[in-house]
Design a protein around this ligand. Structure first.
Ligand SMILES: Cc1ncc(COP(=O)(O)O)c(C=O)c1O
Length: 409
């Protein structure tokens, strides 16, 4: 299927395997207590095909911009299952949220509470609490985090809420992203609930919503293990009892989509480096923010070679991106067979924080295509973009065949 995607839509290209996404959905549904509500964090992958599937499967949406809010509503997420977060909510976002009965807004600071209470809109809010415990996530948010309200500022915040049009519906804690140690996930969830219940006690309120974040991690390297959801589901069962009558909410992005994504590139050149093999491909780190954020170039699972080369000896090979930057390396000493110009390298685990999180305008290369596939069907989500510096198009040469067609007839 990946070979067909590359032939039809060229490279570089992101391809999302919807059957793989359904597998993650199935795992969550079979292991988490039914009372736990899961929101999809659109920031992880805002592709419409991904959003539509998750909305149809009954997930809510965690959004942080007007764009994400529009996308969530346009792809079928119900208004009353939307949570708007982030440190800044523009006026348009507030107005649209106020018109969605049941939607929630996460307040990030006392200053934001002051501002929103002045705007007079009838908004249901949850208070984002700054974790008072250390985080074990790879991208950790602990007591030093720039997000959320410090415990000692809660009474001031409550005072503001009492005098305005905002209704306090509960609390929100997010301790970080990519937590792969199950004991650490359990600890984060438990400590987030502890903190939320202490906050409720301090303010003398009974929270209806307790958003404990999540940050469930995925295995990016051959040594990583899948997160054992049985253990986490069990813990959540007892946390639900403690939270009642409040309901527990989780917001998950990476766990759902990372393993459903492939990033396809094509070998365009060999590079002679002292003592090792290296190829240059037509993609690069400007389209793979996730790789850099996790420092995966030396540890990530090697790419799949298309067409396959079974039985050929493997040698450590660097996969260099197409940027004129030394750091633009997609894989370092990856065990690969001898590669030819035109071969496709398909990188796994590329479904989260990929294209939408990347500085892909850098150097004027066109943006990659995005497709989704399932049951033998391929849906083109986004055609490859024209470069922001497309001089050929300005000169009237827009009809020229894309370069990949010459490499793979
Ligand atoms: C507040 C908040 N919620 C949810 C997420 C999604 O996290 P993940 O993709 O690890 O599930 C993030 C990611 O940074 C976040 O900052």
């Amino acid at each position: 299927m990946l070979g067909r995607v590359a032939r039809l839509h060229g490279t570089p290209c992101y391809a999302y395997d919807l059957a793989r996404l359904r597998r993650q959905i199935g795992l969550l549904k079979s292991h988490l207590p039914p009372d736990v509500e899961v929101l999809y964090s659109l920031k992880a992958n805002p592709s419409p095909a991904v959003c539509r599937l998750l909305a149809a499967e009954g997930f809510g949406a965690d959004v942080v911009s007007v764009g994400e809010l529009s996308l969530a509503l346009g792809t079928g997420f119900t208004g009353r299952r939307i949570l708007a977060g982030g440190p800044y909510k523009p006026t348009e976002m507030l107005a649209r949220l106020a018109a969605l009965p049941g939607a929630l807004l996460s307040l990030d600071s006392v200053s934001e509470a002051e501002e929103l209470s002045r705007c007079g809109l009838p908004l249901r809010v949850i208070l984002r609490l700054r974790p008072d415990f250390p985080s074990s996530a790879v991208m950790g948010l602990g007591p030093g985090s720039r997000f959320g309200i410090a415990f000692e500022d809660l009474p001031r915040c409550h005072e503001i809420l009492r005098t305005g049009s905002l209704t306090l519906a509960g609390f929100h804690v997010f301790a970080g992203s990519q937590t792969l140690d199950p004991a650490a996930v359990v600890r984060h969830l438990r400590q987030s609930l502890d903190l939320s219940l202490r906050a409720a006690d301090r303010l003398g309120c009974e929270p209806e919503v307790l958003d404990l974040g999540g940050g469930f991690g995925v295995p990016y390297t051959a040594r990583d293990q899948e997160l054992p959801l049985e253990l986490i589901g069990e813990e959540l069962g007892s946390l639900c009892d403690r939270a009642a009558p409040g309901r527990i909410v989780l917001e998950l992005g990476r766990y759902l989509v990372a393993q459903a994504g492939w990033y396809l590139t094509r070998v365009v050149a060999h590079q002679a480096l002292p003592g090792r093999s290296a190829v240059v491909v037509d993609g690069g780190t400007h389209q793979r923010a996730d790789l850099c954020g996790l420092n995966l170039r030396a540890r990530g699972v090697p790419p799949v070679v298309l067409p396959p080369r079974p039985g050929l000896p493997l040698e450590p090979t660097d996969v260099l991106g197409c940027l004129c930057l030394s750091e633009d390396v997609l894989a370092e000493a990856s065990p690969l067979p001898a590669l030819a110009r035109g071969d496709v390298l398909a990188f796994p685990n590329a479904g989260a924080y990929g294209l939408s999180a990347s500085p892909f305008l850098f150097l004027g290369h066109p943006s990659p295509a995005e497709v989704a596939f399932e049951d033998g069907e391929i849906e083109l989500l986004q055609a490859p973009g024209a470069s922001t510096m497309n001089v050929a198009e300005l000169a009237g040469a827009a009809g020229a065949p894309p370069a990949w067609k010459e490499l793979w007839p």
